[in-house]
Ligand binder design. Sequence first.
Ligand SMILES: C[S@@+](CC[C@H](N)C(=O)[O-])C[C@H]1O[C@@H](n2cnc3c(N)ncnc32)[C@H](O)[C@@H]1O
Ligand code: SF4
Length: 398
Amino acid sequence: MSAADYSASAARTDSHDDGPAFGVYVHWPFCLSKCPYCDFNSHVRREQIDEARWVRSFTAEIASTASRLSGRVVSTIFFGGGTPSLMQPKTVAAVIDAIASHWPIAPDVEITLEANPTSVEAERFRGYRAAGVNRVSLGVQALDDRALAALGRTHSAREALDAVGVARAVFDRYSFDLIYARPDQTSEQWSRELRSALVEAGEHVSLYQLTIEPETPFAALHAVGKLRPADENTARILYDVTQEICAAHGLPAYEISNHARPGGECRHNLIYWRAHEYAGIGPGAHGRLDIAGERHATATEKRPETWLARVEKDGHGLVADEILTSAETADEFLLMGLRLAEGIDATRYTQIAGRPLEPDRIAMLRQHGLIEVTPPGRLRVTLSGFPVLDAVVADLAA
Ligand SMILES: C[S@@+](CC[C@H](N)C(=O)[O-])C[C@H]1O[C@@H](n2cnc3c(N)ncnc32)[C@H](O)[C@@H]1O
Ligand code: SF4
């Protein structure tokens, strides 16, 4: 093993799957302003949001979902957005109560809420904690005021750090997000920024490379040459630097963009990546439900007001409920599972797909140093394979 290989494997952490888990995702689709890079289902509304009406609809959709999913125990709940930290604590409490009235809640349940630094106040956070939230994830994005302005963020680096301080004071578990590979960002600048951010980190951080999403203002600027994100080579250098710095700080990658101290992983997101079961509540929420031996892919109406109207009429906002074939389920298992440092259980793949992975393809990818087989019977993408993950998955899935 070369020195480079050694530091590469040291940059990763190996969690392992403890078996089936069930999570509930709740989508809050509103933000104070729309960031020009973001294509999440998030909307700005001038008028006051009638949160009591939203609670009634969330409650109805939870009841309708629960009627199809008896016997589950809730391991995780995730309030995502949009900006869920704009919800009143009593709204969050009512949704958690509605979930608890249909399914037993595991004693060690993880309940995460996403927060934007512009809407973080200590009292509100204490309200979320009283409601049952035990983990927050903050959208810090950058620790450089010029970069924050360029990202269209309405908070300063100081305000973001103050919000992290509030999170740390109120919650045992907190995480924050940063976006890197921003236009003109050098490896030296990013290293400095990341190191100073990690001083503030708890057990978890999410570090995303800037993606130019179609139909966003950033895509329009990119199309006319007014925004140049990092090229492939720079992005790769920044990615490698990220792995090194985080590992040295005790926060190795457990997923392509997520870093944690051992045991600090986001258990809700692990449910997605490990292809377990989750219900999607609220506008534009996706679910994967295992009913009578079949895997259902569900999706709800995206537009907030249309979702409300549908739920008020039908008791749910479902617009798609498709039974996945075993090939589709197996492809999804690969696509999600190979994002994890722990990789996938090859036997579980065989059970889902009804056939094993092609030994020739595995051999070829191993030869190129893109995947490795780890005992007992696990397959994972190497650090050199991560930047070309989509190609590796496509090769194995084909
Ligand atoms: C749904 S947002 C929730 C956080 C909260 N609304 C906020 O912005 O503070 C989840 C995260 O996705 C990341 N994100 C969104 N769009 C992105 C893009 N185009 N490229 C990279 N990361 C992005 C950001 O880091 C953001 O914090
Ligand atoms: S990044 Fe967060 S605050 Fe900005 S538009 Fe997207 S969801 Fe809203």
